[in-house]
Write a protein that binds this ligand. Structure first.
Ligand code: SER
Length: 321
């Protein structure tokens, strides 16, 4: 499947589950003082989660342009060095606003990946929040664990700490425990030597998170306290470029058809070759990634400049140069 078909498959699947397909919000955020850029698909729906406004649709799905380069979810320095981080990426997401919760979110994610998209079940690992002993005193997500254990063998269910399995939008805002789905795309002989479970969340380029299912239940207040929300919601986010990597049977996001045309053009303009020398490869990946981020930022209304959000774009441009 090419990347356009993959995107369509995702949206079609959730349309069949009665989700309204929504356009991506602009990547540049002008109306939320806690954010400069969209860092997650759920940003445009924040007010629905908090109960400050009511969505006309209780179920939505979309693909959102994200730029997690400032604030809490910041990957800028990693980009280009490895094969699976980006400044700008697309996040495929499905949402429930006070409608379905963990049971459906988990079952549908599994159905889409294994039944519809035919990802081999044995290559998937899932994680569940183990609870926390800090000031928040959060309990383990036993409900998610029991839902997963009905479909995934226990040796492929991993308990995760607050850093990995409690998702927060920023210092403030909607948050909750999450279950991540990780995929192991290493060759069979590698898999036989080291079990995939031990490589989850260990920065292995071929054992990567592809989908995060967040069960939004709280609002993190400005004073740091967690306040339970009046309703429970679902916020999922799947890395589109990583999904393309898996479905196109390649081992780098940059080897998918999302990036190969850009890389080809960079090779032509710079008279260099991708895939020969590591230093050159990093440089080409940085340019391929950053040019996309800068182009989309400008198209969405943010020019490079000396201050604020514009300065972030300027830094990306400068890093590419
Ligand atoms: N908000 C979650 C994330 O960004 C899931 O969409 O990972």
């Amino acid at each position: 499947m090419n990347y356009k078909e993959i995107r369509t498959q995702f949206l079609k699947f959730f349309e069949e589950k009665n989700h309204k397909i929504f356009p991506s919000a602009p990547m540049v955020v002008k109306d939320d003082p806690t954010l400069m850029f969209t860092n997650a698909g759920m940003n445009q729906f924040k007010e629905f989660f908090l109960g400050n406004s009511v969505s006309k649709n209780k179920r939505i799905a979309d693909t959102q342009k994200c730029l997690p380069v400032s604030g809490k979810h910041n990957d800028l320095e990693e980009v280009g060095k490895d094969t699976y981080h980006h400044t700008m990426f697309e996040m495929l997401g499905n949402w429930s606003f006070g409608d379905y919760f963990k049971k459906e979110a988990i079952a549908w994610a599994w159905e889409l990946l294994t039944d519809r998209l035919k990802i081999v079940k044995d290559s998937l690992y899932v994680s569940v929040f183990e609870g926390s002993k800090d000031a928040d005193k959060l309990v383990m997500d036993k409900e998610a664990y029991s839902l997963w254990s009905a479909i995934v063998p226990e040796e492929r269910i991993i308990l995760g700490n607050k850093k990995d399995n409690f998702w927060e939008m920023g210092d403030q805002g909607p948050c909750g425990p999450c279950s991540e789905i990780h995929v192991d795309i290493r060759p069979a002989e590698e898999k036989a030597k080291i079990p995939g479970a031990s490589l989850v969340n260990q920065d292995h380029p071929l054992v990567v998170e592809i989908w995060n299912l967040v069960f939004i239940q709280y609002n993190r207040k400005a004073d740091g306290k967690l306040e339970p929300l009046p309703e429970k919601h679902v916020d999922t986010g799947m890395g589109f470029e990583r999904l393309c990597m898996v479905l196109q049977n390649v081992q780098s996001n940059y080897d998918t058809d999302v990036f190969t045309p850009i890389i080809l053009e960079i090779e032509t303009i710079t008279n260099s070759k991708y895939g020969v020398k590591e230093d050159t490869d990093i440089a080409i990946r940085v340019i391929a990634d950053h040019i996309r981020a800068v182009a989309f930022s400008i198209a969405d209304g943010q020019l490079p400049s000396n201050t604020g959000a514009g300065y972030v774009i300027r830094r990306i441009l400068r890093r590419a140069i």
